[in-house]
Design a protein around this ligand. Structure first.
Ligand code: PHE
Length: 340
């Protein structure tokens, strides 16, 4: 049987070499592997053999069959290739999708805010995230051991020589002082940046968050100007006219100090789950710059006046996109991030 198999194999190898087209290749396939093909016949004859013979011949013929099939397939694709109708690239395979990156929701909102204030002639300024006690507190009229310091839970840096004492800024207000020290009024700036508070986190509090500070100083800059600027800002940010209201409040670096509420973006003031049925959203702290703050920056408080404000970037983004939990921003959860 071994010689018979070898014979057929040699004959086949010789025949396939001379094949030049698909039609004769198919004929060759039928001649060997067709219903009455030579290899098929060998397989058919296995049942007439003794068990002993079958054990020997069976695998041999199977191997021949497999080899023959492989050679036929290879020849077929060689023929097609040389004719040029199969290229290496299968243009029918669906392409790989390119995933395009995009901005984080906080970046989108920050860009919007920068654009809007820039259009109103504000400059964009930044300052250090590691601050001195002086800029974060003292210069802002928040003296050491004054209970007002408790408004800001502070991360203090471990220092071998605490001079000056360093901390992670608890708000962007220190940049008010830094800017005024090196610039002459009149001016108007915003300061978007990262801030830190040593607090427990929950749905509306994060240890690391962002603020946008605003400061406008001139000869006669007033709260009326502030009201216009901030109303215009919200109008452009949310794309509709929204009322703002001022409530008296306390921050050591402004006098008078106020809390700014924005007419609820969702219900328009009727009361809903977003505004806790009040119709208003607490949105920022603000006020007229305190004379002590001007003095710290070496401005004459009798000559200059202006307003300052500060709001949380996350809070604005949460309102704008209806995000229920501040912790989602840094969760790294793509199901959240990919919605923007
Ligand atoms: N810095 C204040 C805060 O973090 C906000 C504020 C800024 C209030 C400017 C008044 C004026 O709470």
């Amino acid at each position: 049987m071994g010689t018979k198999v070898q014979e057929i194999k040699n004959k086949f190898l010789k025949a396939i070499e001379g094949i030049k087209d698909a039609k004769s290749l198919e004929d060759l396939r039928i001649q060997y592997l067709g219903r009455k093909g030579e290899i098929t016949n060998l397989l058919k004859h296995l049942k007439d053999m003794s068990l002993e013979e079958r054990r020997h011949a069976g695998p041999m013929i199977q191997r021949l069959k497999i080899e023959t099939e492989e050679l036929l397939n290879k020849k077929l694709s060689d023929l097609a290739k040389s004719r040029g109708d199969i290229s290496e690239i299968d243009i029918t395979i669906p392409g790989k999708k390119i995933t395009v990156g995009h901005y984080h929701p906080l970046s989108i909102v920050e860009k919007d805010i920068r654009r809007i204030f820039k259009a109103m002639n504000f400059s964009i300024v930044d300052g250090p995230e590691i601050e001195t006690e002086y800029y974060n507190f003292d210069a802002l009229n928040i003296p050491k051991s004054h209970p007002a310091r408790d408004m800001w839970d502070t991360f203090w840096l471990k220092q071998s020589v605490p001079d000056p004492r360093l901390l992670l800024r608890t708000h962007t207000s220190p940049v008010q002082i830094r800017y005024m020290e090196t610039h002459e009024p009149p001016f108007q700036i915003i300061v978007p940046g990262k801030t830190f508070r040593f607090e427990a986190t929950d749905a509306s509090h994060e240890i690391v968050f962002h603020q946008v500070e605003g400061l406008m100083v001139g000869k006669d800059v007033s709260l009326a100007n502030f009201k216009f600027v901030i109303q215009e800002f919200f109008k452009r940010l949310f794309g509709k006219n929204l009322e703002v209201r001022f409530r008296p409040s306390y921050f050591p670096f402004v006098e008078p100090g106020l809390e700014v509420d924005l007419q609820c973006v969702k219900c328009g003031g009727k009361g809903c789950n977003i505004c806790g049925n009040s119709g208003w959203l607490e949105i920022m702290g603000a006020g007229m710059v305190h004379p002590k703050v001007f003095e710290a920056a070496h401005y004459n408080p009798r000559e200059w006046q202006g307003f300052a404000f500060g709001f949380g970037l996350e809070r604005i983004a949460m309102i704008k996109y209806n995000i229920p939990d501040i912790r989602l921003f840094n969760s790294g959860d793509l199901r959240f991030i990919n919605q923007f």
